[in-house]
Write a protein that binds this ligand. Sequence first.
Ligand code: FES
Length: 104
Amino acid sequence: MSEKFRLHAFVCTNQRDPKKPRECCASKNALDVMTRLKRAAKAAGIHDVRVNKAGCLDRCEHGISCVVYPNGIWYTIPDDDKAIARIVEHLAEGKAADEFLMVD
Ligand code: FES
């Protein structure tokens, strides 16, 4: 039912074996950040946006990785409530939070 949600935000919460050379979003507190983003969106009264956990989005070095569809806007979300509030503004108003756009 794609009509049900105006936007989908997928936040990588992947945890990688610390012995592996590549870093992971879980080590940057991604699960907690995803939960705070979800709660903040709900508290802002946004009901037509879905915030979901995602597996690895293959942007590990730029995490915490988040992609918002349908437009495919990529963020690096800091573990910071002000940053999370800016992403929530995007979810509410549809305008990207430029300062957190992922830089490849
Ligand atoms: S571990 Fe998050 S993008 Fe790969």
